[in-house]
Design a protein around this ligand. Sequence first.
Ligand SMILES: Nc1ncnc2c1ncn2[C@@H]1O[C@H](COP(=O)(O)OP(=O)(O)O)[C@@H](O)[C@H]1O
Ligand SMILES: [Mg+2]
Length: 250
Amino acid sequence: MISIENLSYEVGTACILQDVTVTLPKGGMTALIGPNGAGKSTLLSHVARLLPIQTGKISVDDLEVGNCDSSALARRLAILPQQVHFATRLTVRDMVAFGRYPHSQGRLRSEDHNKVAEALEAFGLTPLQNRFLDTLSGGQRHKAHVAMTYAQDTDYLLLDEPLNNLDISAARALMILLRDLADNSGKTIVIVVHDINFAAQYADHLVVMKQGQIACEGKPVDLVTQALLTDVFDTDAHVALIEGKPFVMP
Ligand SMILES: Nc1ncnc2c1ncn2[C@@H]1O[C@H](COP(=O)(O)OP(=O)(O)O)[C@@H](O)[C@H]1O
Ligand SMILES: [Mg+2]
């Protein structure tokens, strides 16, 4: 479980996160939703120690994020940040192999090679494995980044807007894969998604952020209502129930 207690974060005079306390359950898939600028990426970045904790405490099971060994954290938790910077003259395979670094320290053993091959296969990248990243389409490059995160093979996977750049087929394939990892491999998936319908269809638990705070949390069917869209997203889209799941009519 990821436990976030009284986390606040300020940049200059702006309060980006304001006394956030929330527990992200172990196992299953939690989706973090909320309007642009709500603080979702900032929150995930803190959990993965990409930003220093100013106030508050975060722990991932027995690891305290502010204090633990960084390689121990990297073996427990992987993050796909919203903005990924990449070296263009890197092949897809080399990039995915970076995901093994916390396990191999750069000297890949056979189990590392196997994990890289598995990740390439899972994302349909095997035929592209020797291509340089700057020769790929945006969507293909994006899949390579997700595959690198997957290859890290951690208990916790944090993905910040992984559906960006993906067509509907690739987006569905990714969500189905993540669901399978949660259901059959004991992984905990935390995902930021803009499409509330994807969140409602696939996630077990939703955490809604607004203006640097947690607005509400719960099961998609209880949470995704017209009131949520009005109060949090400031829009009056209609919500229908299809096969027992809420569906926002855009
Ligand atoms: N380094 C920074 N300096 C100033 N403002 C920032 C910085 N990082 C984030 N913010 C602001 O914090 C707010 C939350 O950002 P972010 O966590 O990226 O939101 P979200 O991921 O929910 O869209 C935004 O208003 C953003 O402009
Ligand atoms: Mg963001």
